[in-house]
Design a protein around this ligand. Structure first.
Ligand SMILES: C[S@@+](CC[C@H](N)C(=O)[O-])C[C@H]1O[C@@H](n2cnc3c(N)ncnc32)[C@H](O)[C@@H]1O
Length: 256
């Protein structure tokens, strides 16, 4: 895969469409980048040691324009696939002061499921992922069956093949995770769906949002209030296997 796929040739797009046309036509490509984009990505696409240890396949970068749903349609509002560094997940969930036993975990935009595997190490009632790319969903399902460390605490783990906009939030108390997976109208619709679900069935819900670029849509569409915002730095081991140049990222948590 060419790393040039990761970025977006903004200059050419602006030349073709003008600034406004570019911003309205390709929001996913303009805003939906997984790294801050100030520096070029590293010149390699490494396998993460997590996969080497557990025999899973969660590594690799797929650019937004390569992702297709079951009807082979691309969504301009997705940000591409890359898995969260385990140490980022661990720091975020260490800071979330809750009893995991009471909650269902949901990863919106689950990709190949690395986060589902990490969440299954915690004593959640259930771990769910939602993913709209059939190939990524298949990889997640395979990874869930492969990943069986003795310390895995939740056995009820599954990835659902669906667009997040069609996902019906379970009526249980929820911990929702997102790593900047989608932007604009998709993000807005998901927040509206979440708020509708909370209005119908008020309950304890937490949202952990890594790289919270669309925080304004969380605030304007939901009754969730901000609990904390932190800047996490991944371990050297994670960073050595990370394709993007940013070793640190902002993470925010919200709750009902
Ligand atoms: C940055 S990856 C994150 C993967 C995983 N959550 C993690 O943190 O390791 C974002 C994922 O969201 C998925 N995604 C984007 N838009 C989506 C949508 N509308 N419905 C379902 N999944 C979507 C992408 O296919 C991609 O796998």
């Amino acid at each position: 895969m060419k790393l040039s796929h990761l970025g977006f040739n903004l200059q050419r797009a602006v030349a073709n469409r003008g600034v406004v046309g570019t911003l309205t036509a390709v929001p996913g490509k303009v805003m939906g980048r997984l790294s801050r984009g100030s520096k070029p990505p590293k010149e390699f696409n490494p396998v993460h040691p997590f996969d080497a240890e557990f025999g899973t396949d969660t590594s690799g970068l797929l650019a937004a324009e390569e992702l297709r749903d079951g009807r082979r349609r691309n969504s301009i509002y997705n940000t591409g696939y890359y898995a969260t560094a385990p140490s980022m997940f661990q720091q975020a969930f260490a800071q979330l002061d809750i009893e995991f036993e009471k909650f269902t975990f949901v990863d919106l935009g689950a990709g190949k499921g690395r986060i589902l595997l990490l969440a299954s190490n915690l004593p959640f009632q259930q771990v769910l992922g939602v993913e709209f790319v059939p190939e990524l969903h298949a990889a997640a399902t395979q990874n869930i069956s492969i990943y069986q460390p003795p310390y895995r605490q939740c056995q009820d783990v599954q990835c659902i093949l669906s667009d997040v906009r069609d996902f019906v939030f379970p009526s249980a108390p929820l911990v929702i995770f997102m790593w900047h997976p989608f932007v604009g109208p998709v993000f807005e619709q998901v927040m509206v769906n979440l708020e509708d679900s909370l209005r119908r069935e008020p309950r304890e819900v937490y949202l952990v949002y890594l790289k919270p670029e669309f925080e304004h849509l969380v605030k304007s569409n939901t009754s969730l209030r901000k609990l904390w915002e932190s800047h996490f730095t991944m371990t050297e081991q994670d960073f050595a296997a990370y394709i993007f140049p940013d070793q640190s990222e902002t993470c925010a948590a919200y709750g009902t």
